[in-house]
Design a protein around this ligand. Structure first.
Ligand SMILES: Nc1c(NC[C@H](O)[C@H](O)[C@H](O)CO)[nH]c(=O)[nH]c1=O
Ligand SMILES: CC(=O)[C@@H](O)COP(=O)(O)O
Length: 161
């Protein structure tokens, strides 16, 4: 369902797990930092609002979205980390570089989650332009960081079920 049909910050809070003792790794790409900082703010607010403790949130920055995979692996391999949230924004340029980054980071993040059997969340915007990014980083379509955080919470509930 496209973001213009489902707001990224609109979600059910039915049967959310207790996350007061859960530890979250958050990997943030520095590329397009005006966007990724907004994603981080949304993710942080969502985690705290639903019971996470600030001392249990571990943020690491990486240069670009391509490095999110290695950052996610660095955190996911830590036994004490319960879930990892990856935040980035890859904006289409003039070349096919966009395609290679998006493909690599989507597959890479998936592989880390499978390897360590824990939630590793793809909170990466892949817009055509800056306006589409702004619309999804706290704009009219909500905040992808909110969506990434609530997805991590719900997947922790899945693993507890
Ligand atoms: N153009 C964007 C990039 N490019 C940088 C890559 O992610 C990577 O850091 C580089 O290729 C070195 O490995 N990254 C983004 O996150 N967003 C972009 O729009
Ligand atoms: C996604 C990118 O790496 C891209 O923004 C770089 O721009 P370009 O394709 O014009 O070199």
């Amino acid at each position: 369902m496209a973001s213009n049909l489902k707001n990224l910050s609109s979600y059910s809070t039915h049967k959310l797990p207790d996350i007061s003792g859960k530890k979250f790794g958050i990997v943030v790409s520095e590329w397009n930092d005006s966007i990724t900082e907004a994603l981080y703010s949304g993710a942080l607010d969502t985690l705290l609002r639903h019971g996470a403790k600030k001392e249990n949130l571990y943020r690491y920055d990486v240069p670009g979205s391509f490095e999110l995979t290695l950052g996610a692996q660095y955190l996911a391999q830590e036994e004490e980390i319960d879930a990892v949230i990856c935040l980035g924004c890859v904006i289409q340029g003039e070349t096919r570089h966009f395609d290679f980054i998006c493909d690599a980071v989507a597959h890479g993040i998936t592989e880390v989650g499978m390897k360590y059997n824990k939630p590793v969340i793809f909170g990466v915007l892949t817009p055509d332009n800056q306006q589409q990014a702004l619309d999804r980083a706290g704009g009219k379509h909500g905040n992808k960081g909110d969506e990434a955080a609530i997805t991590a919470i719900k997947m922790l509930g899945f693993f507890q079920s």
